[in-house]
Design a protein around this ligand. Sequence first.
Ligand SMILES: [Zn+2]
Length: 202
Amino acid sequence: MAQNNVKEIDELIKIVSKLPGLGPKSAKRIVLKLINNRDDLIKPLTNTLAQVYKNVIRCKNCGNLKSTNSNCVCTINKYDQICVVENIADMWVIQSSGIYKGHYHILGGTLPSFENKNKENGLLIESLINRVKKNSVKEVILATSASIEGETTSHYISDSLKDIKVKITRLAKGVPVGGEIEFLDDGTLYSAFKNRSTVVND
Ligand SMILES: [Zn+2]
């Protein structure tokens, strides 16, 4: 840790180094940059962080981030396709690849690999079923990772939707086993989407 003898700076370095991809060294560089730009960086950053802390919440309906000052995108438009992902990072990767332009449903994780039908682990599965019914959704694309947990979750969801008239598809096996969507390159993601297959319930 830095030896600044300034408690506030040490504390800030400690917090910044907890951010993904940053170690103590880059945290120090960032903190130094901030301190040297008090008005241009620290001030707007402080205000923005306070606003985000106060106003940005997770939508209980679709799992996406929303502002408390406006309606979530899931309630504004009509849609007939939903892409189900584990987390927001996965959604951002798919969005920036431009492969899919429809709506998303963010589960908030995966089910444990052993199946426990009574426990949804706080995942937004019930609200997914409601969205599918309410919007007369025609296709649910399961874009969970190719890990055992991802497969378990995907299977559980298609099972939960089996009584509803909706096409359920799963990303093609181009996704490497254990592969997390977040770390796939655009090419792999593109072929996984393009070659997605219909899930058949047994
Ligand atoms: Zn929403």
